[in-house]
Design a protein around this ligand. Structure first.
Ligand code: SAH
Ligand code: SF4
Length: 387
């Protein structure tokens, strides 16, 4: 079988070095064959890179001198710089990862009992411009490479002190829910998730690796063909009229098509799979009883759970977070109809660890947030009154 390395060509001594953080197992094997080495030797290297978090070939104790020399000449293990790190009182950790002189993304780790969830970014900014999302307000800058996506897991994994803590598993779950729309950086996200699932990578179980999408329908079908992971869909509205306003991609792929794609996901899975529906509650916009009943109707036949996420406010935005009573009342309607619908509370408040916040404060190159502010001031943004 011939494998091509999609992201970067095999480096000759005069060429840029191949970054091993961005190579899947098959690609690394192909690279080893290219080096004149046995394929299986690449497994040793994968363990050093991903399990032990080593960034230097000379530290790989059981690797022979000749191979180390070849690797030093042709390859590197290169992660972007961490420009900011903070840890909250509740154990939430946040990294601002500086990709280049102009672009940064965020990665957040959220511990919860035995579970540790890492929230990973796939793009700098986002082109889809959902009205309540600070990442969307930054506009789209660029896609992350496979190495940049995987590096977020590598950085977080290393922060727990590998290899000293061998056996203690801190990152049990990964969600592609950081900055960006993962299905619009398709190939790189698939390859990165493959490495996250790989036992020689990060060994994340398929049910614990979740891709979240705002509903790029054709790419959802392609995803099912390519990789088996859990699916989350950012719904936020029970009808097209409101969803067109909140999640503009709905104008291209309306709810009827999105629902079909969700059913297809459940149908094609061999085990009893559910879709996670994400519903950000915006006071007076999508949180009244009538909308809860409409949501029940829409999701009645879909095996799913509904995560209710009270809106996380950020500057220059017209929306409000509903109070706890309102959120619970909405939840109760869904629960009475038989839906599992947990309320996802914000974690790491003291370090601004919610979606897109810190980078949002320092980065707005398209001036989209200024335009947004102007829009609010001229009151062209529709916000329904609280009821
Ligand atoms: N683009 C993908 C994944 C990144 S967004 C998607 O939209 O699904 C991850 C989640 O954070 C989405 O469900 C998104 O709707 C939610 N989100 C965005 N801005 C938010 C905010 N201000 N408050 C609460 N949740 C937000
Ligand atoms: Fe993009 Fe997701 Fe934010 Fe929408 S919610 S703008 S799709 S990152």
């Amino acid at each position: 079988m011939s494998v091509t390395i999609s992201e970067q060509p095999l480096a000759e001594p005069s060429q840029p070095k191949v970054n091993l953080l961005g190579l899947t197992r098959a690609e690394l094997e192909a690279f080893f064959v290219e080096l004149g080495e046995k394929k299986f030797r690449s497994q040793q290297i994968m363990k050093w890179v991903h399990h032990f978090g080593v960034d230097n070939f000379d530290d790989m104790k059981n690797v022979g001198k000749a191979l180390k020399e070849k690797l030093n000449a042709r390859a590197e293990i290169s992660a972007p710089e961490v420009s900011h790190f903070s840890e909250s009182k509740d154990g939430t950790r946040k990294w601002v990862v500086k990709l280049d002189s102009k672009n940064s993304v965020e990665t957040v780790f959220i511990p919860d009992g035995n579970r540790g969830t890492l929230c990973v970014s796939s793009q700098v900014g986002c082109a889809l411009d959902c009205s309540f999302c600070s990442t969307g307000k930054q506009g789209f800058q660029r896609d992350l490479t496979v190495a940049e996506i995987v590096a977020q897991v590598w950085i977080a994994h290393r922060s727990f002190g590998t290899p000293e803590n061998k056996g203690v598993r801190h990152i049990t779950n990964v969600v592609m829910m950081g900055m960006g729309e993962p299905l619009l950086n398709f190939e790189n996200v698939i390859n990165a998730m493959e490495l996250m699932k790989d036992d020689l990578g990060y060994g994340i179980a398929k049910k614990r690796l979740t891709l979240s999408t705002s509903g790029v329908v054709p790419k959802m079908y392609e995803l099912y063909d390519r990789i088996d992971v859990a699916l989350a869909v950012s719904l936020h509205a029970p009808n097209d009229q409101l969803r067109n306003e909140l999640v503009p991609i709905n104008k291209k792929y309306p709810l009827s098509e999105l629902m079909k794609a969700c059913h297809a996901y459940v149908d094609q899975s061999s085990d009893k799979r559910r879709v996670t529906i994400e519903y950000v509650l915006l006071e007076g916009v999508n949180d009244n009883f009538e909308q809860a009943y409409e949501l029940i109707e829409l999701l009645r036949t879909l095996p799913c759970k509904i995560n209710l996420i009270p809106f996380n406010p950020f500057p220059h935005n017209p929306y409000k977070k509903p109070n706890g009573m309102r959120v619970r009342a909405f939840q109760e309607v869904l629960q009475k109809a038989g839906f599992v619908s947990p309320i996802r509370t914000t974690r790491g408040d003291d370090i601004d660890a919610a979606c897109g916040q810190l980078v949002g404060l320092v980065q707005d190159k398209t001036k989209r947030s200024e335009r947004w502010q102007a829009k609010i001031e001229t009151q062209t943004v529709k916000v329904r009154p609280a009821q």
